[in-house]
Design a protein around this ligand. Structure first.
Ligand code: PLP
Length: 461
């Protein structure tokens, strides 16, 4: 066996061993962050054989890994990287294709085209929508809002790509306080600044208040406008009312963007699809692969109903790139920020191919059922309350008061049995449970509830 073959075989084995072990390892490792770096030693002059490097890497890093691919990690919104998608991503690394255009890699360009169209079909987005494979929700929101910026300013006679924002007509950005922070970040990067936001009220679950949206749109200074809606609030999982909000925003010629980092995937399940009624009328959509689709990091998608605006906002050319976008075949790099980039289409295609429509619908439904199982069992415990309507895969749990809630969360995290994060929801501290991993079962929820009960028992002593 060549050294390289041996190296890859060894690495693949270690990945497989890790994945098999992960359900029984502590979900969160015990790491002294200040001391841990020392174990990696100082930068040396001598070279080291690749196999020795990889053995050392595994030995040093494995004890520090967080069990996000395991079935009892419920922090943030975290997918568990499907087997097919993981292997495809390993191949993507091995093949090392540049996903910029079809000249750099026909394989990467073609598979991205196929997978992007499959996602549109699954989510019920318009056939003609353009798409970009990006790093995640942040990338997808930023690319979508760059297209929005182009479109609304072009409609006001302003070429923002040439002239920038100095002297441009003022763009209104209308969005609730329940937006994800990546919207603010995108607005900062795009030169709007977060203070441009005209806030709209949200209801008790974090969904947009339609009456207030109407008032904000009407009362503010009329002009180029972007309205950001949300499919899946990061705390509660709530959805905005797209049927009412999108036509209303369009009356003001607004570009409507939907941040659906995880919530858009509910569209694949017949029992949840109603939550997304009307989304096809929007102008752009952002979602993630590495959350509910269970594609490995990093993976997200930006879709746009106006391909020309999308392309004009994101593409460029150069003498050495002659032919870019002119060969008739979609150029992946025209729809994202990066030039040279990982071939993300392989892993996404593999996830969609492995699951199929049925498997994906079952994944979504399974996670929602497990979230409800959590809520029902926890609600039965004295002094424990569920703060949200569990419409999706998110559950907010409160243990009496702020202090006790934080202590329970800390004790559960330390137990190693499962991992849930903390949040503040409408002024109250809460445990935040997100069920987004294909591996989680009823037994994992039950075991996690037992871990919460024992944490509570220890605190009550
Ligand atoms: C609604 C929403 N938008 C955007 C993001 C950011 O996604 P990413 O971490 O992939 O950038 C998240 C992350 O949880 C989210 O829930």
């Amino acid at each position: 066996m060549s050294d390289f073959r041996e190296l890859l075989t060894y690495s693949a084995k270690r990945v497989a061993d890790y994945r098999e072990m992960v359900p029984e390892r502590p979900v969160f490792p015990s790491v002294d962050l200040d001391a841990a770096g020392e174990k990696f030693g100082l930068l040396q002059d001598e070279s080291v054989p690749a196999m020795a490097v990889i053995e050392e890497l595994v030995e040093l890093v494995e004890p520090m890994l967080v069990g996000t691919t395991g079935p009892r990690y419920f922090g943030f919104v975290t997918g568990g990287a499907l087997e097919g998608a993981t292997a495809a991503d390993v191949l993507a690394t091995g093949w090392d294709q540049n996903g910029f255009n079809a000249i750099m890699s026909p394989a990467a360009a073609v598979i991205e085209d196929v997978a992007g169209n499959w996602i549109k079909e699954l989510l019920g987005l318009p056939d003609g929508a353009s798409f970009g494979f990006v790093t995640g929700g942040q990338g997808a929101n930023t690319v979508s809002l760059a297209a929005a910026r182009h479109f609304v300013l072009a409609n006001s006679g302003w070429d923002v790509e040439k002239k920038g924002l100095f002297g441009a007509p003022r763009v209104r950005v209308v969005v609730t306080g329940e937006r994800h922070g990546t919207i603010d970040m995108a607005l900062r990067i795009l030169g709007f600044g977060s203070e441009v936001i005209e806030p709209v009220l949200a209801d008790s679950q974090g969904a947009i208040d339609i009456g207030n949206l109407a008032r904000v749109l009407q009362n503010g200074p009329q002009g180029p406008t972007i309205v950001c809606l949300q499919a899946g609030n990061v705390n509660t999982g709530a959805f905005d009312d797209f049927v009412s909000a999108i036509p209303l925003a369009h009356q003001y010629n607004a570009w409507v963007h939907i941040d659906g980092a995880f919530g858009l995937w509910a569209a694949v399940n017949p029992r949840k699809r109603h939550l997304l009624e009307g989304i096809e009328q929007a102008d752009s959509w952002a979602t993630d692969g590495h959350k509910w689709l269970n594609v490995p990091y990093d993976s997200g998608y930006a879709f746009c109903a106006h391909p020309e605006a999308h392309r004009k906002a994101m593409s460029y050319s150069a003498a050495y790139l002659k032919g870019q976008g002119e060969d008739g075949f979609r150029t992946p790099g025209d729809f994202v920020l990066e030039t040279s980039r990982r071939a993300r289409g392989f892993a996404t295609w593999a996830a969609l191919r492995q699951l199929g429509r049925t498997g994906l619908a079952e994944l979504v439904e399974g996670c929602c059922n497990l979230a409800r199982r959590f809520a029902e069992q926890l609600a039965d415990i004295d002094g424990v309350s569920i703060l949200n309507e569990v419409v999706l895969n998110q559950v907010l749990v409160r243990f009496g008061d702020d202090h006790k809630t934080d202590r329970v969360i800390e004790a559960v995290q330390k137990s190693g049995e499962c991992w849930m994060g903390a949040t503040t929801w409408q002024g109250q501290r809460a445990m935040r449970i997100s069920v987004s991993n294909w591996r989680t079962t009823d037994a994992d929820v039950d075991r996690s509830v037992r871990a919460i009960i024992s944490a509570l028992a220890t605190l009550d002593l």
